[in-house]
Every structure is written in C-alpha cells, then in structure tokens.
Write a protein that binds this ligand. Structure first.
Ligand code: GN1
Ligand code: MG
Length: 371
C-alpha cells in the first residue's frame, strides 16, 4: 500500500472520535496484511491513553465495510456473553472506536479504509512461545472463542475473503503460478514445489467429509496464531482474542491447526535456519489439552479425531500460500527482507514433514487427552 502522507494522516485522525491531544504515534510491525499504528493521547484527568489505528489492506479485503460489519456484530455478541459470565468486556474482547459519523470504519479521500480499536494495556502479543503456559492459555482462549460463538448465526457472517481456507483452491492457484513462473523463481525451489505436489490429496480431505455430512461448519477465527491472543503481563493468562478480520464459517480443526503450525514450532515462522525449526510434541499436547478444555464439549468425536489432520493441512496450506507469494514476487504477505516468504514456506514444509514422522504419536496424544 502507498505511503501515508501527513495530510492523509491528519484527515484520518480528525475523523475518529478520539478524546484528548495526540502526543505520539508509532508504527507496529505486527501482522502481515494491514498497517498498524499505536497512538497515544493525553486526556485531562486520565493521563496517557493508547489506541490502535489500522489501515485495512483493501487488496486483500475487498469489502472493508462488510468486514467491519462482521467485527461489530461478533464483538457485540461476545460482549454480551462476557458480561453474562461476569467478565470484563473492556479487556476480554476488542472494542471498536467509531468515526465522528458513528461508523465502524473511515474511508478517506485517498480511497483507504481505516478502523480503530481501544488498546488493551498491560498485555503482550507473542511471536514465539516463550513460556509454555502462554501457548496453553492461547488454546483455552481460542477454544472459548469457539464455544462462545457456538450459537452465533453463522449464515449472517460475510465471507471477508472468498475461499480463505479452501486448500484445494490454494493448491490450484499455486499450480497455475508454478506454470506461469512470472519471475523465473520456480527453478530455485524445485524441492519445495515437489514436496507440495506429492501431498495434493490433503486438499480434498475436509471438503469430502463436509459433503458427506460428517463434519460441521462452525464460526471460526481462521487466523489463530499465538500472536492473535493478548496475554496479561502480570498473570500470564490469556485475556482477549484479536484480529477478527477472518471470522467466517470454517472448520474447528483448521483453527486448531493454524495455532499448531505457528506455536508448536521451536522457531519463528520465518526462521531462515531450518535446523532450528522442529515440531514440538510437548507443545502439541499442551495446546490440544487447552483447546479441548476451552471448547467445553462443543467438538464432535469426529472433529477431535481430526485435530492432527487439521494441524497438517493448515501447515501444508500455509506453506503453499507462502511459496505462491514468493513465486509471484511477494505481493500478498509483507516482507521486511529478501526471501522472507521462502523462509516462511520452508519452516511450514519442514513442520509438515515432522508431523508425518510423528503421526502416530499425534493421534495417541489426542486420544490420551480426550479420554
Ligand atoms: C496473515 O495479518 P496476519 O499476520 O494476522 C494471514 C494469515 C496467515 C498469516 C501467516 C488475511 O495474518 O492467513 O496465516 O499471515 N492473514 C490473511 O502468519 O491472509
Ligand atoms: Mg490477520
């Protein structure tokens, strides 16, 4: 997306219902899609109050207004559930700051869409599991999210990205880009391409089970990275699930799997040294316990049995997406250095390989945790 000019910036800030005087602003590097800024306001009597401001990536999210309709509706629903459970909705769900016109997002005169959230203080978003209990906590939080939204009318949600976790469609796009090879990079990644093609059958598993009526569609988060849960700095407990841009109908196994591919690895998603990347069965077990606990009996036996498959499929799909973007010239996921998407792809494919090596253990762990 284009650079934000001072004029554009001032226009945007003036159009949100902010209190106080803006005293500082910084750009946050978290997230691969939207641009995120941290604003600090000085409010008389309250002191310094922080706020999150984001420019929505309109190449990725074609209908930002629909996206914000989902966010408003899901957060209002969660707010009610949190209050019923005696929780604090100011801290346990996202809170949208409206525009001066009372809208959940602002379309500026440059054609960019912006939205703003209250900042949750004294909490951290982690890119890597630093303490195993954080990973467990994130599992409970995503499980809870699933449970709290179990009766949410799934058909009222907009599909913010068509076919987002349609692994088959991702694979088809990948094969087309390999054929087209627009930057001549395919020859550099023959092994990775073959690894993907040798496992094509993974893409059909969940759609087939859905068509046979053996697994349900649920309201899912679809981007369940550890970094999308805020962890309380004092208590180390998960407070709030963030990044609701891709809340859509989906499979619980995919929400589980996306967390595993990101968090049950011994290294960061973009670690260039593959020797450092290993699939951790301990973290897999810990997350499985937390997720099943958080879901509170919502998952069917079939869904539980398919959790390892969800882990493998989501890791495989992410590998495909990163590799496709590398071949396309890094146009989708933000990169901060050369080959970052290739490194991201390689960590995912290595994790898939290791899951295959530990396949029986993964099934055993799920059985052990459940019964
Ligand atoms: C993107 O923007 P962020 O970091 O929350 C992506 C996810 C990927 C993830 C990989 C809309 O999420 O699907 O799994 O990067 N979001 C979108 O880290 O494509
Ligand atoms: Mg996201």
């Amino acid at each position: 997306m284009s650079q934000v000019t001072t004029k554009q910036w001032n226009e945007v800030i003036a159009n949100f219902c902010y209190e106080g005087t803006l005293v500082s602003e910084s750009s946050l590097e978290s997230g691969h899609i939207n641009d995120t800024y941290l604003l600090t306001f000085h409010i008389a009597g309250l002191g310094q109050v922080k706020t999150i401001l984001q420019r929505i990536n309109k190449e990725v999210f074609k209908y930002p207004e629909e996206l914000m309709e989902n966010v408003m509706s899901v957060t209002s629903y969660l707010r009610e559930r949190i209050i019923e459970n005696g929780g604090n909705p100011e801290r346990e769900t996202l809170n949208v700051i409206l525009t001066t016109k009372g809208k959940p997002c602002y379309l500026d005169s440059y054609g960019d869409y912006w939205r703003s959230y209250k900042y949750v203080p004294d909490a951290t978003s982690y890119e890597l599991v630093e303490k195993p209990e954080h990973f467990y906590e994130s599992a409970v939080a995503f499980g809870n999210f699933q449970r709290l939204l179990a009766d949410y009318p799934v058909e009222t949600l907009h599909e913010t990205i068509k076919g987002f976790h349609d692994t088959k469609a991702r694979l088809n796009t990948f094969q087309r880009i390999v054929e087209e090879d627009p930057l001549g990079r395919a020859a550099l990644v023959k092994d990775e391409i073959n690894f993907v093609l040798e496992r094509k059958e993974l893409a059909d598993i969940f759609p087939k089970l859905l068509a046979e009526g053996r697994i349900p569609l649920r309201v899912t988060h679809n981007d369940t990275k550890l970094s999308n849960v805020l962890i309380d700095n004092k208590t180390d407990k998960a407070i709030c699930v963030v990044d609701l841009d891709t809340v859509m109908p989906g499979f619980s196994m995919n929400d589980f799997g996306d967390s595993i591919r990101f968090g049950a690895s011994t290294a960061a998603e973009d670690e260039p040294e593959l020797d450092k990347v290993d699939f951790s069965l301990e973290l897999f077990e810990l997350y499985t316990k937390g997720y099943i606990t958080g879901c509170g009996g919502q998952l069917t036996e079939q869904e539980i049995a398919l959790l390892p498959m969800g882990a493998k499929i989501m890791t495989y799909e992410s590998g495909i997406r990163f590799l496709t973007d590398y071949l396309q010239g890094d146009t989708y996921f933000k990169i901060h250095r050369e080959n970052q998407n290739l490194d991201r792809c390689r960590t995912q494919l290595k994790l898939v390989y290791e899951m295959e090596c530990h396949w029986d253990r993964m099934q055993e762990i799920v059985r052990k945790v459940t019964f």
